[in-house]
Design a protein around this ligand. Structure first.
Ligand code: FES
Length: 210
């Protein structure tokens, strides 16, 4: 875990979770500068407010922060979402309880089946030429849930899908709501013909994952 601190804020970076979405380097290039070498975060170059805004936009949750002078910390979203990336992973935002992991608010999880850091994405879909739309048709019953936040439990089933339990909106890459519900089996083998949902194809391809 890399860290850098100013008088107001400490930024933490978990490189294993980073998938180079580049929200940080584009949002605050004077603070996040990978060309600088091993020490690449410079929180003294922006206000704590600006850094909070950019860190909370990091989809993988590789970046987190701690404010020094306030108790305020990152709040869970009002609406839990699973956003489908075109030809890529699924971005989850909510009070995430991923089996075996520390609680977190942001995560990008593999759905091509090739990541070596499952259930997290490690960009293996790029080499695998994974094809999956981020723009599926809206389900007929995709109405807003009465309660839209709260804990979201994500449990990888051995050699099978991710079981996601809790109030959830599945959204297209554009943000369009495509499905809502409280329990989904999400494909993570890459072979489903009904992506992003599991259709049992993991058995046909002999998918293996803890
Ligand atoms: S996990 Fe992909 S079809 Fe079930």
């Amino acid at each position: 875990m890399g860290k850098a601190a100013s008088d107001d804020i400490e930024i933490q970076f978990d490189g294993k979770k980073c998938i180079h979405a580049r929200k940080c380097v584009l949002g605050l290039p004077d603070v996040f500068d990978p060309s600088a070498g091993r020490q690449w975060m410079f929180p003294e170059n922006a206000s704590a407010e600006e850094i909070v805004r950019v860190v909370e936009a990091c989809p993988s949750g590789a970046l987190t922060y701690e404010l020094k002078s306030a108790d305020a910390k990152e709040a869970a979203p009002k609406v839990n979402t699973a956003r489908l990336w075109e030809n890529g992973p699924v971005e989850y935002h909510g009070e995430l309880e991923i089996d075996g992991e520390e609680p977190r608010l942001r995560a990008v999880l593999c759905r091509c089946g090739k990541s070596k850091n499952k259930p997290f994405c490690d960009n293996a879909h790029l080499k695998a030429d994974f094809v999956a739309t981020g723009d599926i048709a809206t389900k007929e019953d995709a109405e807003a849930l009465e309660v839209r936040d709260g804990p979201l439990a994500i449990k990888p089933i051995k050699d099978g899908p991710l079981m996601v339990s809790g109030n959830l909106e599945i959204v297209a890459g554009s943000g369009r709501r495509v499905a809502t519900g409280k329990r989904f089996a999400m494909c993570r083998c890459g072979a489903s013909k009904n992506k992003p949902f599991c259709d049992g194809s993991h058995k046909d391809i002999g998918f293996e994952a803890d």
